[in-house]
Design a protein around this ligand. Structure first.
Ligand code: CMC
Length: 432
């Protein structure tokens, strides 16, 4: 493609600056504006970064108009159908699908890093029993930097690998400990012979006095959900990890910042909010009222699990999860969730036919159906966003690693349009 150049002419002086347009492999081109302030004395203004590329990246590609999602070039549908979460983790971290030896080595590295230092368990005991698991998980992940400072030189490739293995391996153990603490049950140690998702189910649901059989259908469903949640380019939490990491802080602190960003209901917290909303609606006769509320500008209520900054078409992950819901509820015979799923399907149909949602291109997103699956697996609502965080840790780590090695990367430091008071003189308190 021939390179286009845009000219920005400064009002008054008439000085011109040529802006270079850069092309990627796919997606819109970008205009390089880094010289704009130095040459023309103006900033760009883009609240929420709707038109701003904050970095270049080789990891994930989304075409929001077409509803396309690729990890390292591979369509999400193919990965969901044929791959595993651990293989996808390798792909996201290292850029290529592993050969059998590479996969075995990576899998072993993750399986053998699952234990937590015993001192961590004392942190959990310090939390109130009804603390939200996201609060515990973000706090404990930040504390990992107090344990692994021997291998936190971010310029050292081996240290970066050790960090990646540790955080990906230990985050399910941390999540399970948070869950067990909330129940008042003893912590369950990981078992290295189990695969990633079976181990998670074991740590969540087994108790010392009784045998626990891991349901392979449940482990497979979780593995698929984790593949779908593993990365999503420069979303709010990933940008937070990159932003925090850009100061050179240790990677555990950067990931902890990402977990906090994910917690919000506009982001990963939506899966919990969707179930709350469906429970509140309760009956199909009330769906219309809620859809009307979502359309009312004077009502802050939004249809949770609907809409997306990038997708202006059906979120491809939601399409896969929706199909999975049908299969899973049939297989697990999760009768208590059947009605909730039916309600969700009906709500979707009503919203998709509604002029407001059509006009604004609002479709179900990844979180609309994921909570129904988590519930069918016996995972409580308060843990839904934690499950998202476990999967997304892989994406956060991949982006953090890319950022650290990117020669163009600089500390994140946006500017502003100042609209506060102009300069004025201080008035002593007795004269005010
Ligand atoms: N219900 C009703 N109206 C909506 C909704 C919704 N769920 N989402 C967007 N709109 C309206 C919004 O009011 C706005 O209307 P207007 O143009 O009249 O002001 C228009 O659609 C555009 O929305 P926006 O808020 O400017 O879009 P955004 O890109 O800033 O926000 C979003 C995207 C995901 C935060 C938003 O759609 C939303 O709040 N959805 C519900 C929460 C949710 O499901 N979040 C999960 C996102 S996917 C997983 C993840 O990121 O972790």
């Amino acid at each position: 493609m021939g390179e286009r150049r845009y000219s920005v002419v400064e009002a008054g002086s008439g000085a011109a600056l040529e802006l270079r347009e850069r092309s990627g492999t796919a997606g819109p081109n970008v205009l390089e504006i880094s010289q704009l302030y130095r040459n023309q004395g103006v900033f760009t203004y883009d609240p929420g970064f709707g038109a701003t590329a904050s970095c270049s990246s080789t990891i994930t590609y989304i075409d929001g108009e077409q509803g396309i999602l690729h990890y390292r070039g591979y369509p999400i549908e193919q990965l969901a159908e044929q791959s595993t979460f651990i293989e996808v983790a390798y792909l996201l971290l290292y850029g290529e699908l592993p050969n059998p030896d590479e996969l075995a080595e990576f899998d072993l590295a993750i399986r053998t890093h699952t234990m937590l230092n015993e001192s961590f368990l004392r942190f959990f005991n310090g939390f109130h029993h009804d603390a939200h698991p996201m609060a515990m998980v973000s706090g404990v992940v930040a504390c990992m930097s107090a344990f692994y400072h021997d291998s936190m030189n971010i310029q050292n490739a081996r240290h970066r690998d050790i960090f990646a293995h540790r955080i990906i391996a230990k985050i399910p153990t941390i999540a399970a400990a948070a869950y067990k603490h909330s129940l008042g049950q003893p912590f369950v140690y990981p078992k290295n012979k189990l695969d990633y998702c079976s181990n998670l189910l074991h740590m969540f649901f087994s108790v010392p006095p009784a045998p626990y059989e891991i349901d392979p259908v449940a482990a497979q469903a979780l593995d698929l959900l984790f593949i779908l949640h593993a990365d999503h380019e420069q979303n709010c939490s990933t940008s937070t990890v990159r932003f925090a990491g850009s100061s050179g802080t240790n990677p555990y602190s950067a990931i902890s910042a990402g977990i906090s960003a994910l917690w919000g209901p506009a982001h990963g917290g939506a899966n919990e909010a969707v179930i709350n909303m469906l429970e509140e609606i309760g009956d199909r006769s009330r769906i219309r009222d809620y859809v009307d509320r979502a359309k009312d500008r004077n009502d802050p209520f939004r249809l949770m699990g609907f809409g997306h900054r990038v997708y202006k078409n059906y979120d491809p992950r939601a399409a896969i999860i929706r199909r999975m819901c049908h299969r899973l509820l049939e297989k697990l015979g999760a009768s208590q969730d059947g009605p909730l799923f039916e309600l969700a399907l009906e709500l979707e149909q009503i919203a998709l036919k509604d002029e407001y949602f059509i006009e604004k291109n609002l479709y179900p997103n990844v979180d609309f159906y994921s909570g129904i699956i988590y519930r069918a697996l016996g995972i409580p609502k308060s843990m839904f966003t934690v499950m998202f965080a476990i999967a997304r840790t892989v994406g956060w780590v991949a982006h953090w690693r890319e950022m650290v090695r990117d020669p163009e990367s600089r500390i994140g430091r946006p500017r502003q349009l100042y609209i506060g008071p102009a300069q004025r003189d201080y008035v002593p308190v007795d004269r005010r």
